[in-house]
Design a binder for this molecule. Structure first.
Ligand code: HEM
Ligand SMILES: *[C@@H]1O[C@H](CO)[C@@H](O)[C@H](O)[C@H]1NC(C)=O
Ligand SMILES: *[C@@H]1O[C@H](CO)[C@@H](O)[C@H](O)[C@H]1NC(C)=O
Ligand SMILES: *[C@@H]1O[C@H](CO)[C@@H](O)[C@H](O)[C@H]1NC(C)=O
Ligand SMILES: *[C@@H]1O[C@H](CO)[C@@H](O)[C@H](O)[C@H]1NC(C)=O
Ligand SMILES: *[C@@H]1O[C@H](CO)[C@@H](O)[C@H](O)[C@H]1NC(C)=O
Ligand SMILES: *[C@@H]1O[C@H](CO)[C@@H](O)[C@H](O)[C@H]1NC(C)=O
Ligand SMILES: *[C@@H]1O[C@H](CO)[C@@H](O)[C@H](O)[C@H]1NC(C)=O
Length: 303
């Protein structure tokens, strides 16, 4: 658990050097405030843009990168094209865990992209969309060290504290995880976060979630230890210091089936699998490479 404390600390304190967290640093820079309402606005902008791509005129016009959006059906990460994460959100697959069963749930049932573009989670408070997206605001707010999560109108995280449990039927691969993390990083950068500050965040997200068979970790650090591995396809790297068992390996390679009545052909992470495995092994290139390289340095310095 010592390792966890170090990496959680690295993530929350990613603004480094000073004791100020990543979130507090940037809510001050953007809104001159660390109040809950402003920090919730910051997380709303970052999460919504990561999901649907740049939409906000709060972004900096000269940002070196901007997100294309997790919900676009055609993402690119590290040379892998046509990454489709939308199919896990739109109910087309039996990929959602409800009471240990793989079921189909539509997470875009609160108006989809339209309310997201209006800086809202959903057009209501009852939808799956509202639940998921408000949870993402609070979860990422905690991970990024927002001092006002749980205060002043920024609700504490109320979802699962095992990301393995949440994602275990999706059989996600490294390119899918890489794309998701890239979009979160690009979104932050589009709001003026520096590459230097985002690199350790990307690295820590990779360490926690972009692997399979992880040992239980407490994330956020106030939670009880639980498995956090989200990359569960057989080509995903095994988490450092861990062993694969039936209870941390997801479906161990079985892609989620199409939901009955859905036009989706399959849940095939598998179609991309071959490509993914080899490209994941390649040295990362471009901005993603810079983020990863910078992160390795930052982590090495911290340890
Ligand atoms: C850095 C990696 C990731 C993190 C930290 C993360 C985090 C989360 C969190 C906090 C939730 C809400 C859980 C709850 O409400 O109890 C969630 C749900 C979800 N995530 Fe992820 N996620 C990651 C990667 C991915 C990827 C790559 C996908 C692929 C499409 C994905 C798809 C989903 C879906 C569909 C849900 C809704 C599941 C449900 O409510 O059961 N996530 N994620
Ligand atoms: C930032 O907030 C402080 C107090 O909350 C205020 O005194 C200061 O004038 C504000 N600065 C700007 C640039 O708005
Ligand atoms: C963008 O900026 C303009 C002018 O500052 C403002 O009127 C408008 O509401 C903003 N749009 C969004 C979506 O925030
Ligand atoms: C993001 O989108 C907004 C609204 O369309 C636009 O004003 C802004 O220039 C865009 N930012 C970037 C970095 O493309
Ligand atoms: C997906 O993106 C790639 C690369 O950006 C592009 O070549 C291709 O035409 C796109 N496909 C679709 C269906 O949009
Ligand atoms: C919210 O969006 C859903 C899905 O698009 C739609 O069925 C519903 O009527 C909308 N509700 C409101 C209050 O706009
Ligand atoms: C690896 O596992 C051992 C035994 O559980 C533990 O003592 C050690 O701290 C772990 N190392 C890391 C880096 O997690
Ligand atoms: C996962 O599948 C592989 C290959 O089919 C098999 O060798 C391994 O024992 C399985 N692991 C678990 C935990 O079921």
């Amino acid at each position: 658990m010592k390792f966890t404390a170090i990496t959680v600390g690295a993530l929350a304190g990613a603004a480094a050097v000073s004791a100020e967290s990543f979130c507090d640093k940037y809510s001050t820079a953007l809104f001159n405030s660390t109040d809950g309402a402003q920090q919730l606005t910051l997380l709303t902008l970052v999460v919504n843009s990561a999901l649907i791509g740049n939409y906000s005129n709060a972004t900096s016009a000269n940002a070196p990168v901007k997100p294309t959006g997790i919900l676009t059906a055609n993402g690119t990460f590290n040379g892998v094209n046509n990454i489709n994460l939308l199919k896990y959100f739109d109910g087309s697959l039996l990929s959602t865990n409800r009471n240990g069963k793989a079921v189909s749930l539509n997470f875009l049932d609160g108006g989809g992209a339209t309310p997201l573009k209006q800086n809202k989670a959903a057009n209501d408070t009852k939808s799956n969309q509202h639940m998921l997206i408000t949870h993402l605001y609070s979860y990422f707010g905690s991970l990024l060290g927002c001092s006002s999560v749980g205060k002043n109108g920024f609700p504490a995280y109320a979802g699962s504290t095992s990301q393995y449990d949440v994602h275990r039927f999706m059989n996600l691969n490294s390119a899918e995880l890489g794309y998701f993390i890239q979009e979160v990083a690009y979104s932050a950068v589009s709001f003026g976060v520096s590459m230097e500050d985002i690199a350790p965040v990307g690295q820590a997200l990779g360490t926690f979630f972009n692997n399979k068979c992880g040992a239980p970790l407490a994330v956020p650090s106030s939670a009880s230890p639980a498995v956090q591995s989200v990359c569960l396809d057989p080509t995903c790297p095994v988490a450092g210091n861990s062993t694969c068992t039936a209870s941390n390996s997801g479906t161990n390679g079985t892609d989620p089936a199409a939901a009955p009545g859905s036009s989706s052909s399959s849940g095939s992470g598998a179609s991309g699998s071959g490509t993914t495995a080899s490209s994941a092994g390649k040295v990362a290139s471009g901005v993603a490479g810079a983020l990863i390289a910078g992160a390795a340095l930052a982590i090495a310095t911290l340890i």
